[in-house]
Design a protein around this ligand. Structure first.
Ligand SMILES: Nc1nc2c(ncn2[C@@H]2O[C@H](COP(=O)(O)OP(=O)(O)OP(=O)(O)O)[C@@H](O)[C@H]2O)c(=O)[nH]1
Ligand SMILES: [Mg+2]
Length: 266
């Protein structure tokens, strides 16, 4: 079953794109391709505006993989990469914005999936904490204009995604955990995914032998003392903890551009 984006959010993002001179699409470095929103890209180009792809969170992925992604993506659009966490790549981003600015001051819209780091990018560009950020996806609710410099104005937008499967949105950390209807099923899917790609991470993070069945959740619940009345392991609470750990980047799986079957979009 596909999850539809919030209509009001979608409308707000489209309005910001109309208002902007150029648009930055923010992608997560763990699988940049799957974070692209082709509908938005289409709208931007149709309006005759320049689109720039920005691969963020590069601190989570080896540099050579990010370079490969950049090479691939820039065949379509100018592409830069950065880590707002490490304050890395901000100079090249500013330079690229000014290179493609049709006028000065330029109004730049930041768009992308929830949680990719749009608001964090504004803060590193501004050099101080101005836009509110959070590990909870869907945090920014309204668009807001920030003055980065006399030459650059940036519009922050709420995260938006195309109609997509819950599993795929969960893997992209785009859903608020509290709103996931069946966290246990989603956590088991996530464990299965991690076990296939890099089971050692489960041992490292949780100290429990990798498994993708309910047994893993039960063991972790007991280990962490998350018990219901009668000593029953609170698997639902543990499922949410695992989903949140994933969203916070405590467990990291990435994809290479040439891999077909290792996608975060499933
Ligand atoms: N590791 C890492 N984490 C980052 C980076 N940039 C942002 N984050 C984290 O990602 C989470 C989301 O960041 P936000 O800036 O709030 O993301 P957003 O795109 O504005 O999210 P919405 O407002 O929900 O659409 C926060 O926990 C940030 O600390 C980065 O470069 N590296
Ligand atoms: Mg935000």
């Amino acid at each position: 079953m596909k999850i539809l984006p919030n209509k009001r959010t979608r409308k707000a993002v489209f309005k910001v794109i109309e208002e902007a001179d150029i648009v930055l699409e923010i992608l997560d470095s763990r699988d940049p391709e799957s974070f692209r929103n082709k509908k938005i890209e289409q709208i931007v180009t149709k309006q005759g505006k320049k689109l720039i792809l920005v691969i963020n969170k590069t601190d989570l992925v080896p540099r050579e993989i990010v370079e490969k992604w950049k090479k691939k993506l820039e065949k379509e659009y100018p592409t830069v990469y950065m880590s707002s966490k490490d304050r890395h790549g901000t100079r090249i981003l500013r330079k690229t914005i000014l290179k493609y600015a049709p006028k000065i001051p330029v109004k730049v819209a930041l768009v992308g999936y929830p949680n990719v780091g749009k608001s964090s990018i504004i803060n590193v560009l501004k050099g101080k904490h101005s836009a509110a950020t959070s590990p909870i996806p869907g945090f920014t609710k309204h668009s807001q204009l920030f003055r980065i410099s006399p030459k650059i104005l940036i519009l922050d937008t709420p995260g938006v995604y195309p109609p997509e499967d819950e599993m795929s949105l969960m893997l992209k950390s785009a859903l608020e955990v509290e709103k996931i209807e069946d966290p246990v099923t989603q956590a088991l899917e996530l464990l299965k995914f991690i076990k296939e790609k890099d089971p050692d991470q489960l041992v490292k993070v949780y100290g429990i032998e990798p498994s993708d069945d309910i047994d893993f959740l039960e063991k972790l619940a007991i280990k962490r003392g998350r018990l219901l009345k009668g000593g029953i392991p609170d698997v639902e609470e543990i499922a949410k903890i695992i989903l949140r750990d994933w969203q916070k980047g405590r467990i990291v799986i990435w994809k290479e551009p040439n891999e077909d079957n290792n996608t975060l979009s499933k």
